[in-house]
Design a protein around this ligand. Structure first.
Ligand SMILES: Cc1cc2nc3c(=O)[nH]c(=O)nc-3n(C[C@H](O)[C@H](O)[C@H](O)COP(=O)(O)OP(=O)(O)OC[C@H]3O[C@@H](n4cnc5c(N)ncnc54)[C@H](O)[C@@H]3O)c2cc1C
Length: 497
């Protein structure tokens, strides 16, 4: 069921910076600023960005640490692995973490973690980094064995750039040689005054959030998911698995507007509707209403209607967790902490990686912030390699995005898709979603981006090659393709052209 698109965009549009924007991959790759327009940190950074300290062997007995990573998430886990690979972790690396868990693969939280309880949901230690890339699973013991100091549940609260010290919540003072900021993002929230913190209202960023959501799902009957991006789509799919009455509300006119074409979105929306999910599109939320028990009982829209709910999950975007790093040099173009192609900030010895970093996206000549696990992994590896070796190559990232839903045992239709490149220009869609569909973005005769649902491993491997090469492609020929396989063959042949 769709609501009228004439509903005014009130509160939801007022937080439009947090919500996926209309054109392009705005949240992860804002294309507002060309790399050339920015006087990059590389021009400010001194030639030697690594500083050394005498540390007291592996005991971490004094306050000196050669390397400190602030943030214990996806990027931190991969950075730790790279330090280990270079033999520079033991007794030298300290990770300051807000969470109670060793770094894990965060995307699992809205996928396997939310499987119905009788369908073998994912749980730690099953998905610690670096299982997502086929690497060794880095459990808490792994960090101990590698001589890495982990400060759990002790977030960094202050930094003194001159003295090169960070202070943690428990009062610990650490003097760093090199500091890597890997604080990721925090979920955007509805304000308290409109019911954003009522019991039964959930945001999902970490394991604690996911556990809290599961305890609501166990009792839930009616779930409202606010937001039509990947978090909304994944949580709604999970709620279907739990056999709950589910409604998705969003201000746009279709799902995933930052990536999907209307036609592509229509196919996914139909699938969700076949599963019984209702859609309320073009909607703006006035407030979340409480019942007599103080728990959320409904979502009131600006048009005066109310949708009943005992559980509300809000997936309206995320903000870079800049916290105490304002003085390090922030990007006015895309938010986050500005770095150069080796993840150096404007302050010698301080680096930023993962979701929080605003970096030069070389392939498209613009500054971007990418909220994607693949970038978290690659930026961590690139940064640490540049820091500890003479490696000076510029990071050259190809935007990539994926999702997988309805994957629990017994599901009638599993969905998994990948996108590589830039979603600019005209589109050609091939396939009927049974199960495959592909969309090609073509700009000035060049293939810029490719989306594929339910591809084979070989087909998925072709996508980055296409998006990276940006070959000239015959659009008319592509339009005539009678199957996804044929369209991909045409695209593959264009690589030779
Ligand atoms: C529910 C969910 C599903 C996702 N699904 C996908 C997906 O399907 N595909 C995909 O590509 N990406 C997905 N992502 C995005 C992906 O998880 C992120 O891009 C990735 O985790 C970024 O890694 P990071 O290390 O930069 O940040 P994070 O993994 O968020 O880690 C940051 C860590 O820093 C900690 N921190 C913050 N401030 C401080 C402080 N002051 N002191 C100490 N610690 C601090 C945080 O608590 C957190 O543990 C998803 C994200 C979420 C939340």
């Amino acid at each position: 069921m769709s609501s009228s698109s004439s509903v005014r965009r009130g509160i939801m549009s007022s937080i439009s910076n947090a919500i996926p924007l209309k054109n392009g991959l705005s949240l992860w790759c804002p294309r507002s600023t060309s790399v050339n327009q920015i006087s990059g940190p590389s021009s400010i950074v001194s030639t030697s960005s690594r500083r050394r300290f005498t540390v007291s062997a592996s005991s971490f007995a004094n306050e000196n640490r050669e390397f400190v990573i602030v943030g214990g998430g996806n990027a931190a886990g991969y950075a730790a692995r790279t330090f280990v690979e270079h033999g520079l972790a033991d007794g030298r690396l300290c990770i300051v973490s807000k969470e109670a868990y060793a770094p894990y693969e965060r995307p699992a939280l809205t996928k396997g973690y939310l499987f119905p309880l009788d369908k073998k949901p994912a749980r730690l230690p099953g998905f610690h980094t670096c299982v997502g890339s086929g690497g060794e699973r880095q459990t808490p013991d792994w960090y101990k064995e590698k001589g890495i100091e982990m400060l759990y549940e002790d977030p960094m609260e202050g930094i003194d750039i001159e003295k090169q010290t960070v202070r943690t919540n428990s009062g610990k003072l650490l003097k760093y040689g090199s500091l890597i900021i890997a604080t990721g993002c925090t979920a955007s929230r509805f304000p308290d005054k409109i019911g954003g913190n009522l019991p039964g209202v959930h945001y999902i960023r970490d394991v604690a959030d996911a556990n809290s959501l599961i305890s609501s799902l166990e009792k839930a009957k009616k779930v409202v998911v606010v937001g039509g991006g990947y978090i909304g789509m994944e949580v709604a799919a999970a709620a279907v698995g739990w056999k709950l009455d589910t409604t998705i509300i969003f201000p746009e006119d279709h799902l995933m507007t930052r990536l999907f074409t209307p036609s592509l979105a229509q196919k996914y929306e139909q699938l969700y509707q076949d599963y019984g999910v209702r859609f309320v599109k073009g909607a703006s939320i006035k407030n979340l209403e409480a019942g007599s028990d103080g728990r959320v009982a409904g979502v009131k829209l600006e048009n005066g209607s109310t949708i009943e709910a005992d559980t509300v999950v809000v997936g309206i975007g995320a903000k870079p967790a800049i916290g105490p790093f304002e003085r390090v040099g922030l990007s006015s173009a895309v938010g986050g902490i500005q770095v150069d192609g080796q993840f150096r900030t404007s302050v010698p010895g301080i680096f930023a990686i993962g979701d929080v970093a605003a970096f030069p996206l070389k392939i498209y000549n613009r500054i971007a912030r990418v909220e994607h696990v693949d970038h978290a992994r690659r930026s961590a590896h690139h940064c640490v390699k540049s820091l500890v070796t003479a490696h000076t190559a510029t990071y050259d990232y190809l935007p990539y995005f994926y999702s997988r839903v309805f994957e629990y045992e017994g599901s009638q239709r599993k969905v998994w898709w990948q996108f590589f490149g830039d979603n600019v220009g005209e589109t050609v869609e091939v396939g009927n979603f049974d199960p495959k569909v592909a969309t090609f973005w073509i700009d000035s005769g060049k293939l810029k981006g490719v989306f594929l649902e339910s591809g084979s491993p070989e087909e998925f491997q072709l996508l980055p090659k296409l998006a990276r090469s940006q070959p000239s492609i015959d659009k008319a020929k592509l339009e005539k393709a009678s199957s996804v396989e044929e369209a991909l063959e045409i695209a593959k042949a264009s690589l030779q052209g």
